[in-house]
Design a protein around this ligand. Structure first.
Ligand code: GAR
Length: 189
């Protein structure tokens, strides 16, 4: 059983779906020791409370620099014997300390079919570009933004009548369907 921590910054719907899939035994090769957030009032914290998952807000602003912030995170991860980090809507670029401590052990979900539409606002950027398909990518995190080795990705079509809101909903549904299952497969090996 692989011990993970999930990192989130906002809504936390991916976090919740992973936890529900674990609780409902849809997946069984990993567990989530805790949720770490960088935003004090983010909705992911409320979901964690409801789901009975330990959560911690670590305020990046309360540290002098990124190294100190990441040292604090690493200490907490070690206390919980965390082996893998799952980024589920964590809107912060990781620094060298976390990346070297957890090399090839940090996994991110990104709401586009990479390498298209890296960075933030990927769904809107895909929508605005008027292409007929986009997707979701699950990948390892390295020093370059949204460029680590791809673990799994899936396309979805953008119909002509699709609004931005429709597309957001479609992308999130796809994320919720594939994230925990992809992690479970990966951790089984
Ligand atoms: C998800 O769509 C995720 O792919 C995206 O943030 C959303 C978080 O939703 N991540 C990124 O854009 C990372 N660059 P959630 O908080 O409801 O899980």
């Amino acid at each position: 059983m692989v011990k993970t921590a999930i990192f989130a910054s906002g809504n936390g719907s991916n976090f919740e779906h992973i936890i529900l899939d674990i609780q409902n035994k849809v997946v069984n090769n990993f567990n989530v020791a805790l949720l770490i957030v960088d935003k004090e009032n983010c909705y992911a914290l409320k979901r964690a409370e409801k789901l009975g998952v330990k959560s911690i807000f670590i305020d990046p602003k309360s540290f002098d620099n990124k190294n100190e912030y990441e040292t604090k995170i690493i200490n907490i991860l070690k206390e919980h014997n965390v082996e893998f980090l799952i980024l589920a809507g964590f809107m912060r670029i990781l620094g060298g300390l976390l990346l070297s401590e957890y090399r090839n052990k940090i996994i991110n979900i990104h709401p586009s079919y990479l390498p298209s539409f890296k960075g933030s606002n990927a769904i809107k950027n895909a929508f605005d570009s008027k292409i007929d398909k986009t997707g979701v990518t699950i990948h390892y995190v390295n020093e370059e933004l949204d460029s680590g080795k791809i673990i799994y990705q899936e396309y979805l079509t953008i119909d002509k009548s699709c609004t931005l809101e429709d597309l957001e909903e479609k992308v999130h549904k796809l994320e919720h369907r594939i994230f925990s299952r992809t992690l479970d497969k990966l951790f089984k090996q």
